[in-house]
Unconditional design. Structure first.
Length: 172
């Protein structure tokens, strides 16, 4: 009888310990960021195109990461001058994210993600909600301090970094 009681209590203790074990997703997030930085360092050349179709973005890396120098296109409509700026492409755990903004009178009038993860159905599902939300958050702002989208942390982080790059080019 003592053996059965001892066995039952041991089994119960193990089950309690098993179900109370908390896994940490923060360690994975930190590891994922390091891995994406490694990928960014290995990338040497990237090119992009402006709305007019001419090549505008070139990057070159020398082992310290890639630095992008996107160009801006400007147009005038009435008395308000607007210009379009393309942020750098930011490598995330699930793929690159790149943002293009239009600025008029020192304010973002439109924002769109031109590159974002869409490799599989899960990426498409997440970004079908996240990208429009991020675009609307960035429109009308003068800073990259926008709300992130829950469930799309990597895309949101990449979006914000690319948005900041575009805002820096616009000198906002």
């Amino acid at each position: 009888m003592k053996r059965i009681t001892w066995w039952a209590m041991s089994t119960l203790t193990l089950l309690v310990l098993l179900f109370s074990y908390r896994t940490s997703t923060e360690a994975v997030a930190a590891g994922g960021a390091g891995a994406s930085n490694t990928v960014a360092m290995q990338q040497n050349t990237t090119t992009g195109q402006s709305e007019a179709g001419s090549t505008q973005t070139t990057t070159s890396g020398s082992g310290t990461g890639s630095v992008s120098t996107p160009a801006a296109s400007a147009s005038t409509s009435g008395s308000a001058k607007s210009a379009t700026y393309t942020g750098t492409s930011v490598d995330t755990r699930w793929g690159p994210v790149q943002v293009r903004i239009t600025v008029a009178n020192g304010k973002v009038t439109s924002s769109e993600a031109i590159v974002y993860p869409s490799e599989n159905s899960r990426d498409q599902e997440i970004n079908s909600v996240a990208i429009p939300t991020l675009n609307s958050e960035a429109t009308g702002t003068t800073t990259s301090s926008i709300d992130m989208v829950s469930g799309a942390t990597y895309t949101s982080t990449g979006y914000i970094q690319s948005l900041q790059s575009a805002l820096d080019q616009a000198h906002i």
